[in-house]
Write a protein of this length. Structure first.
Length: 154
């Protein structure tokens, strides 16, 4: 009886230490998508995102995916697409791609269930402005490093 009791306690301990998986909105919308000319997936970029059943618009992340990510892409300073999903890592800086066109990808990350639900115009404007942050003001800790290294920020 004691052996069974200890076995049950160890099973309960194992199950109570298992973390609950993160749930994130998971969708994408692009103005460039040639297979969605009627913009049927536009709900991913506007308030409809939070009006649909979350079971239909979100997914449970894998154990190694600790972030909910909203990725916004601009081309030539115009909003082009948004994608939402789970991510292993989060990029703090925007990334430029391409030659001859200015394509910039910026990520916004969070770590709570369904936290990647921002869709306001102001949110997208702020995301698009973040691509220029490192050119107009120092990044976190950069000013201190510059001062210690005897460098002046332009």
């Amino acid at each position: 009886v004691v052996m069974i009791y200890l076995h049950i306690i160890s099973i309960v301990t194992v199950f109570s230490s298992v973390a609950v998986a993160l749930r994130c909105y998971s969708c994408s919308f692009s103005f460039n998508e040639m297979y969605d000319m009627e913009h049927r997936d536009a709900w991913c970029a506007n308030e409809s995102l939070v009006l649909f059943e979350t079971e239909e618009t979100s997914k449970v992340c894998a154990p190694w995916e600790g972030f909910c990510v909203t990725a916004v892409m601009t081309i030539n300073n115009a909003f082009t697409s948004v994608s939402r999903g789970c991510g292993e890592r989060c990029s703090e800086l925007c990334e430029s791609e391409g030659y001859g066109q200015d394509q910039v990808n910026c990520d916004d990350c969070c770590e709570d269930d369904l936290c990647n639900s921002n869709f306001s115009v102001q949110y997208y404007i702020t995301m698009m402005e973040s691509q220029y942050t490192s050119w107009t003001k120092p990044l976190s800790g950069e000013q201190d490093w510059n001062n210690r290294s005897g460098l002046r920020f332009p």
